[in-house]
Write a protein that binds this ligand. Structure first.
Ligand code: F6P
Length: 344
């Protein structure tokens, strides 16, 4: 089999570990050839690729980012895109694609399968952890650890100065990183998209903590968190070149409001892309490796339209139609029954 592989969407710790596992399994065990496309779908549209072999992947297991590069665009952005993909894959002798990506890339993979009939296997990637059908996406665990380490450091400076620290983490539609890092980091309050917040409640939580003599608080905010209508002005975001709101900055508004309502000095930290950069942790290296191997095995078993996934510690295949167009939200019982116990 001649397998094409690409990485799409935002980068994420563990991408290279998946590619490495695909290459090892496909070449050494299955006798396949593997072609890596550069810059996601751009590489397929422009026939920019390289033949991958075991030597080319040496040393990449702990490396962050993706050796193939990544982009957010889609072949469906131009009218002749899908036909060009079909022609190029045919000319290059590609039998099947492994698409390592998030909700956007998996949507494209699924649509291309329907439109041009190419077998595709998806691998769920995003630090946001919001892909339906898998218990966890690779990269999430590392991002939570990075955010937790940052919160640990912020505690000591907040305590030294008797300050409130508002820490903004990624999480466009869901509050997975915020909830996990907030619990792990001992947050006084956690704001997530799934639970619109009333800033007065957050100020109360901070005040309660201060009234107990603890003059420092950490408030963790997911970038996609929103105030309840009428409680605070909702932030307005510009769109990025792909028509998605360019999030970031809600923490500043939250900090201003907390300072105004409590009188406590409040500072802001946006962790931003640090959460996505750098080496994957051991959990994500193992998960990425398992997913890469499972993707190749799925293709050889004739699976042509699925995503490989982790469920109850087993590798499973989920039909792509059960994945695309959906968002996997935070387990609200974790938020409501665990995280909130420590608010204030
Ligand atoms: O990959 C998802 C994500 O990390 C979101 O949480 C965040 O909003 C977005 O990527 C940022 O994307 P970009 O790298 O394009 O700024």
């Amino acid at each position: 089999m001649r397998i094409g592989v690409l990485t799409g969407g935002g980068d994420c710790p563990g991408l290279n570990a998946v590619i490495r596992a695909v290459v090892r399994k496909a070449i050494n065990d299955m006798g396949d050839t593997v072609v890596g496309f550069f810059d996601a779908w751009d590489g397929v549209l422009e026939k920019r690729s390289m033949e991958l072999n075991v030597a080319a992947l040496a040393g990449t297991l702990p490396r962050g980012g993706t050796i193939l590069g990544t982009r957010r665009g889609s072949p469906y952005d131009s009218p002749d895109g899908p036909a060009r993909v079909q022609k190029n894959l045919h000319e290059m002798g590609i039998d099947a694609l492994i698409v390592i990506g998030g909700n956007g890339s998996l949507w494209v993979a699924s649509k291309l399968h329907a439109d041009i009939g190419i077998p595709v296997v998806g691998v769920p990637k995003t630090i946001d952890n919001d892909i339906e059908g898998t218990d966890v996406c690779f990269g999430f665990n590392t991002a939570v650890q990075i955010a937790t380490d940052a919160i640990d450091r912020l505690h000591t400076t907040a305590e030294s100065h008797d300050r409130v620290m508002v820490v903004e983490v990624m999480g466009r539609d869901t509050g997975w990183i915020a909830t996990h890092a907030g619990i792990a980091g001992g947050a006084t309050a956690i704001l997530i998209p799934e639970r619109p917040f009333d800033i007065a409640d957050i100020a109360d939580a901070v005040r309660r903590k201060h009234n107990r003599g603890r003059y420092a608080s950490i408030v963790v905010v997911a970038e996609g968190a929103m105030p309840k209508p009428g409680t605070m002005e909702a932030p307005v975001y510009e769109n990025d070149p792909f028509g998605r709101p360019r999030l970031g900055g809600i923490s500043s508004e939250v900090a201003r409001a907390i300072e105004k309502q409590t009188g406590y000095e409040t500072r802001v930290v946006q962790i931003g892309h640090i959460q996505r950069g750098g080496t994957p942790n051991a959990f994500d290296r193992v998960l990425s490796t398992r997913l890469g191997i499972a993707a190749v095995t799925a293709l050889h078993d004739g699976a042509s339209h699925c995503m490989v996934a982790l469920r109850n510690d087993d590798m499973v295949r989920v039909p792509l139609e059960n994945v695309v167009g959906k968002i996997r939200h935070v387990d609200v019982s974790l938020y409501d029954n665990v995280a909130t116990v420590f608010f204030g």
